[in-house]
Ligand binder design. Sequence first.
Ligand code: SF4
Length: 416
Amino acid sequence: MTARDASLDRVADKVARSERLTRDDALTLFRSHDLLAIGALADAANRAKNGDRVYFAANQHINPTNVCVLRNTCVFCSFARMPQEDGAYTRSLEEVFAEADAARDNATREFHIVGGLHPKLELQYYLDMFRGLRERHPGVHIKALTAVEVAHLARLEGMEVVAVLQAMKEAGVTSLPGGGAEVFSPAARATIADRKLTGDEWLAVHRAAHRVGLPSNCTMLYGHVETLEDRVDHLLALRELQDETHGFLTYIPLAYHPDHNELGEALGRTGTATTGFDDLKNIAVGRLVLDNIPHVKTHWPMVTPFISQVSLGFGCDDLEGTVVFERVYHEAGAGTPMWLSYDEIIGLIRGAGKEPVERDSLYQTVRTFEDWTPGQAVARPEGPAPQRALFQISPRTRAKVRGSRMPAASAVDGAE
Ligand code: SF4
């Protein structure tokens, strides 16, 4: 491959030889503006693993509560509320089951369950939820609770993290989502999430999950105050754990959204978003550095279905899914739809010249689409009428900028 940016030649040679990239190589990639060359390298690396296949899931998001004890700590978050704050909610189990019953008339194969760190919701609430969902929807995988939620429940119950994970597995959870990683850099976390899990603590929960037989996903939140070095070190930490456990299924770069949160106001970035250039570069560099993680997923609710479709030529082999209904990033200003239909997902994948493959949470093939013509899927309804109110987004009122730990400007502005 001939790159416009000659500094990429050394990396290109390594990719051609399937040689592992170093920290310097990863920094070279992030510093380069030759996006098409980086994308071509990542595309080659992805094709070697996944051919033309692009995976997606028919999934449904369930967010049991937005009450979170770290509401005043994670200044990048627009989802969380204090218990008495406007918009705070906590679902009863009956409400969760009613919401999930929307899956009955659809092709749902995965419940994606994440929420706030409620000060009083006990482990038993979640175990009863998982068992109830399993009984009602035996064919649907349950991907549930981020590392910080697991650690919170362990603290609340006075249990070991591994015991919480074991109980979740016995109640029917099949994998963990990757959220809550943000960026591992202690300096960046001191600004954006000073009392949340450290990088090492996040990795320890996932290590424990892998050991009890729960595979998981991993993420990195980018486009806030992190430096390019922070990004690289984050990716290398994920790669190191994967060498040890082989438990990560997919890597998902997550674009920071600055609306309705304190960090966005402090940075003066309300109403803006990450650039398409940076979105594609994060996909591509992730694919190239994480040579031991099988899949790289684009999260279309954050970067738009259009950037996600383009990312399929930049090293990405997973278009997420139908995501009925995404709430967390819409609270932060995401202007994308709250769900996509089966046909829209297949159309995006086919439009990029790729082969759609529906998967379950564990990347087992549910179906392929050689004979597919649009209109065959059961239409995805907007939820049963009485539940539509559950999916109305009413963002937090103006965020209050607190304290001196807020940065004056975004460190990542220099990334592009
Ligand atoms: S990011 Fe998670 S832990 Fe932090 S405030 Fe939001 S919901 Fe709570």
